[in-house]
Design a protein around this ligand. Structure first.
Ligand code: PXL
Length: 267
């Protein structure tokens, strides 16, 4: 018998390698976790149009088939941890919510990727609402960035770490653990992320590495957290390891022709 820790991810493909399921599976591997994955959508940036998102949903029947294959292959005992990345449309969210309910997940990490730049604002609003109503109630951990924290908490603005903590608490009325990520978005010398566990806040801080956002940092943090939880690491230690890993990955980031550098999952 050879059963390493296993984690399942449902996420989009981002062909350049800087985000989405490409990042999730690389991060799982980096942490010694066997990755199992289903595609929710395909994003192909357009190099001839400012790298704009070209977004293609995967047919709901094909999403359902992928769940069927993955869940039949790995038992509940060996695969009880999953990550949800970008879903993209209300129909996809309906299917994923339904299929996730086929298994009882010990850890379900939801990275609430809200808007894809290629989408119409109206469509994105539908998607936000569907994610909030159908996916968040299933989550054990949610990992919003500043923008997502503001949207999910309904706060007017988030300008300080204290605001971010307030947002985490508000989102935490619906989810057991909230990891709200300040990253380089908030002022100060440090990138501060906060974990709300329903009772208290724990702060995770590391010196900022430049002021530029790096593509794939959010996916990497959520995937690393998922991998650590799959291994049985407790949540505070899992967040710390995820933060350390993304910090190293940003220090050793990969430069490319795209506007943003990306995280290196080999650092
Ligand atoms: O980083 C957010 C993200 C997640 N998943 C996919 C993406 C993106 C951003 O481009 O394309 C598939």
């Amino acid at each position: 018998m050879n059963t390493p820790p296993i984690a399942f991810v449902i996420a989009g493909s981002e062909a350049t390698g800087g985000a989405g399921i490409q990042v999730d599976l690389k991060t799982f591997q980096q942490l010694g976790v066997y990755g199992v994955g289903a595609l929710s959508c395909i994003v192909a940036f357009d190099p001839n149009n400012s790298w704009g998102h070209r977004f293609h949903p995967v047919d709901p029947d094909i999403i359902a088939e992928q769940f069927e294959a993955a869940l039949a292959t790995h038992s509940v005992e060996s695969m009880d941890t999953a990550k949800v990345g970008m879903l993209g449309t209300p129909q996809t969210i309906d299917t994923v919510a339904e299929k996730l309910a086929d298994r009882s997940w010990r850890n379900l990490v939801v990275d609430p990727v809200l808007i894809c730049k290629g989408q119409e604002p109206g469509a994105a609003l539908d998607t936000d609402n569907a994610l909030r109503e159908k996916i968040l109630p299933l989550a054990t951990v949610v990992t919003p960035n500043v923008f997502e924290s503001q949207t999910l908490s309904g706060m007017e603005s988030i300008e300080t770490v204290e605001d971010l903590e307030e947002a985490a608490k508000r989102i935490g009325e619906h989810v057991p653990y909230v990891l709200a990520k300040g990253g380089v978005e908030l002022p100060g010398d440090d990138a501060v992320d906060v974990l709300w566990d329903g009772e208290k806040i724990t702060r995770f801080s590391a010196p900022k590495i430049g002021e530029q956002r790096v593509s794939g940092a959010g996916c990497t943090v959520a995937a690393a957290l998922t991998a650590e939880l799959a291994k049985g690491t407790d949540i505070v230690e899992a967040v710390q390891r995820a933060k350390d890993l993304v910090t190293r990955g940003i220090e050793h980031r990969v430069t490319a022709n795209t506007p943003f550098d990306t995280v290196w999952q080999g650092a």
